[in-house]
Design a protein around this ligand. Structure first.
Ligand code: BGC
Length: 643
């Protein structure tokens, strides 16, 4: 580890131009190296579901190579529903190893903003409505990632809880809610997870952009939590050179290709020259970057040692052995197995009232599967979380793979889901957009196709031994840059489910979504109900294995499923999306289950709900408080229960 003396000596070696080059993007994902000193460029990559495909260096066009297919890991909302720290660590390890394998330095994840409203477009990228679950999962995920000489980047700090007006919305929240709900996950990620990276958010807090916020960054993150590593902007979240230059944010990345005009490029050089930003402030940014690079073993040690012998020890570890940065790898066969286990544990059995599950393979001669999500691949969607998946097993494929040819598996779309395309594009203001290259059918054409598909599904399921509807959302809805307009299922799925239930009251339903959907119209009529998020390349196989009892479901909802959107606290007590680009979180600390509990509002399914195929009884609950150190706000309570 660099000593203070070595760090100051290295900073002293750098010219102002070299320093400026280190604090802003020279391409969309890279900074500039200082080759003469052996300081490499720093490479960022999205995140958080795997390593994002390669883009052109100055345009948002994919390179289109074939060597950037990677393991498609699960979304954070899926990971959180495992409630399993070891799986979080294992998922982190896979991503970390692949990040390094793809020669990146920092993976832009995990996303851990609190899921405040059910309709936030990026809920799928976040862990939970609960700060404890978010923090625990993030801590272990980060530890996993960082085993591979790459950095995690916990994002988006802070209060980026809606995509609507995300670039500008000004958020007002009490200090108590900030400390108890919105920041603890970040605190844990930094203090316990030892994250080497954090990303600022686009939005404002109390009138100031979060990415330049003196209270959030300097007071809380840097001073109170002691974070001394790299803070990067969100892509385009810095708006004022002086304000951000004097704040503790280090690297300015953006979505445009006017690299020299970035606030931390020529404008920062001028601000330092005029004294508007001090050289000390700039040096502090450089110190954060250099210590992060040091932790990742990024330097060219030979070159550094030649510059000044004081740097020679940097190339060796405590035992005098030469430091070699790990190489990483990607698409290891073993990753597929690990991701299968994680995907299995992420599936939530909401109810199994008639005991239809697990299905008995021998008894099912004809299995009818209906719905778009049975047959849809999701990896290449959602915005910056997109992944070129090495493979993605859909539920339909997984079920067929598991059953072999002994069961007739009939697929019926049930409704016509026209491809909107990836409705998101990285435009200059980051609000999303994108062009649809496909012909959009008219409403009349869609109606005709829908009738045709529904009639066919009804007919097919009449004599089936088992019927399963797999619907929910996809990345046209769970997407960066836009929130959903409501919690209602798209493509008239409510009506279709009800019509199908008229024919087959025993139809099982599986909802795949990265956030809550409104199921209140038919949930009581359905006896078998499953819920899961985008759970990676093995997701379809995991579902098949749960359905056929190869594995006992153990997932738990990491967020509440309200009956209707109006029941959600942000909508009932708070404001969403706010007015005049300002939002007040009037629900205060009553976020998620805290609200449903305290205000006695029945959700459709509660936070933490999730059944299995085993019947349990439990009792003798005792709580014991273990002594905690003075001023330790994380004191423990032990819970003992007989199962
Ligand atoms: C997103 C970040 C992402 C960055 C780089 C932004 O639009 O908000 O989460 O990491 O782009 O792609």
């Amino acid at each position: 580890m660099m000593t203070n003396e070595q760090l100051s000596a290295l900073i002293d070696e750098l010219t102002i131009d070299e320093k400026i080059a280190m604090v802003h993007g020279a391409t969309l994902f890279y900074t500039t190296p200082v080759e003469r000193l052996g300081i490499p460029q720093f490479c960022f990559s999205d995140g958080p579901m795997g390593v994002r495909p390669e883009y052109q260096s100055s345009d948002w066009y994919l390179k289109g190579f074939t060597d950037d297919y990677v393991s498609y890991c699960m979304s954070n909302s899926a990971l959180a529903s495992t409630f399993n720290r070891s799986l979080a660590e294992e998922a982190g390890e896979i991503i970390g190893e692949e990040t390094r394998g793809r020669k990146k330095d920092m993976i832009l994840g995990p996303g851990i903003n609190i899921q405040r409203t059910p309709i936030c477009g990026r809920n799928f990228e976040y862990m939970s409505e609960d700060p404890y679950v978010s923090g625990e999962m993030a801590e272990y995920y980060i530890k996993g990632v960082q085993k591979h000489d790459v950095s995690a980047c916990v994002k988006h700090y802070a209060l980026n809880n809606q995509e609507e007006e995300r670039n500008i919305v000004d958020t007002y929240v009490s200090r108590r809610a900030l400390m108890e709900i919105y920041l603890p996950g970040f605190r844990k990620a930094v203090k316990q997870g030892k994250a080497l990276g954090i990303m600022g958010s686009y939005n404002k807090f109390e009138g100031t952009y979060c990415s330049h916020h003196p209270y959030l960054i300097d007071e809380i993150l840097r001073k109170s939590w002691g974070f001394d590593k790299l803070m990067v902007s969100d892509w385009g979240s810095i708006h004022d050179t002086t304000e951000a230059g004097n704040a503790g944010i280090d690297v300015d990345m953006r979505v445009t290709n006017d690299f020299d005009d970035y606030p931390f490029a020529d404008p920062l050089k001028e601000a330092v020259a005029s004294g508007a930003v001090s050289m000390e402030a700039l040096n502090e940014k450089i110190a954060h970057i250099l210590t992060t690079m040091d932790a990742l073993h990024m330097f060219d040690y030979k070159k550094l040692a030649k510059v000044n012998p004081i740097f020679a020890p940097l190339g060796e570890d405590e035992n005098g052995k030469k430091i070699k940065r790990k190489h990483g790898r990607y698409n290891a066969t073993s990753s597929g197995k690990k991701l299968l286990k994680a995907a299995e544990e992420s599936i939530v059995l909401l109810k199994n009232e008639a005991g239809l599950l697990p299905l008995k393979q021998k008894k099912i001669k004809k299995f009818v599967i209906i719905g778009d999500n049975a047959n849809r691949q999701h990896a290449l969607g959602g915005g910056s979380a997109e992944i070129k998946a090495l493979y993605e097993i859909t539920p339909l494929l997984g079920i067929k793979m598991l059953l072999g040819g002994n069961t007739e598996v009939v697929y019926e779309p049930g409704y016509y889901n026209y491809v909107i395309g990836n409705a998101w594009g990285h435009d200059a203001n980051g609000q999303g957009g994108g062009l649809n290259p496909f012909h959009q059918p008219t409403q009349n054409e869609i109606d005709i196709l829908n009738q045709r598909y529904l009639a066919s599904a009804k007919k097919a399921c009449k004599d089936a031994d088992a019927v399963l509807f797999i619907g929910g959302l996809n990345h046209d809805h769970d997407v960066e840059g836009a929130d959903r307009k409501s919690m209602t299922l798209p493509e008239d799925q409510d009506e279709i489910i009800e019509e199908l239930l008229n024919v087959r009251p025993d139809m099982m339903v599986a909802m795949m979504a990265g956030s809550p959907v409104d199921m209140h119209k038919w949930a009581d009529r359905v006896k078998t109900l499953l819920y899961f998020s985008y759970n990676g390349m093995q997701g379809g196989m995991a579902l098949a294995r749960v359905l056929f009892g190869k594995v006992n479901p153990s997932g738990k909802m990491p967020y509440t499923l309200p009956k209707v959107l109006g029941d959600a606290p942000a909508h009932k007590l708070g404001e969403y999306p706010g007015t005049d680009k300002t939002v007040h979180y009037n629900e205060d600390i009553f976020v998620g289950y805290r609200y449903y509990d305290a205000f006695q509002v029945d959700p459709l399914f509660a936070f933490g709900h999730g059944e299995s195929y085993t019947d349990f009884t439990f009792g003798d609950l005792t709580l014991t408080k273990t002594a905690c150190e003075k001023n330790d706000i994380d004191g423990d309570i032990s819970v003992t229960v007989t199962v």
